[in-house]
Design a binder for this molecule. Structure first.
Ligand code: ZN
Length: 64
């Protein structure tokens, strides 16, 4: 299982941006999507709607 920090570094490496750029554009939120390759974290676009949608679906919202 990744820590939040490890996830961010991993994600930046995959998409080829610096951690500073990542933090400008994205936020890292806990994820319980149950995907096989889920790290327990999700990269979500840094805006209110995306964060809200993610939290509803994958972070203790009323999904399932
Ligand atoms: Zn997930």
């Amino acid at each position: 299982m990744y820590t939040k920090d490890q996830f961010e570094k991993y994600f930046c490496k995959i998409i080829g941006i610096t951690i500073d750029k990542y933090r400008e554009r994205f936020v890292t939120l806990p994820c319980d999507c149950q995907d096989d390759d889920c790290t327990g974290w999700a990269c979500v676009a840094n805006n209110e709607l995306s964060i809200k949608v993610h939290n509803n679906r994958y972070n203790g919202g009323d999904h399932v």
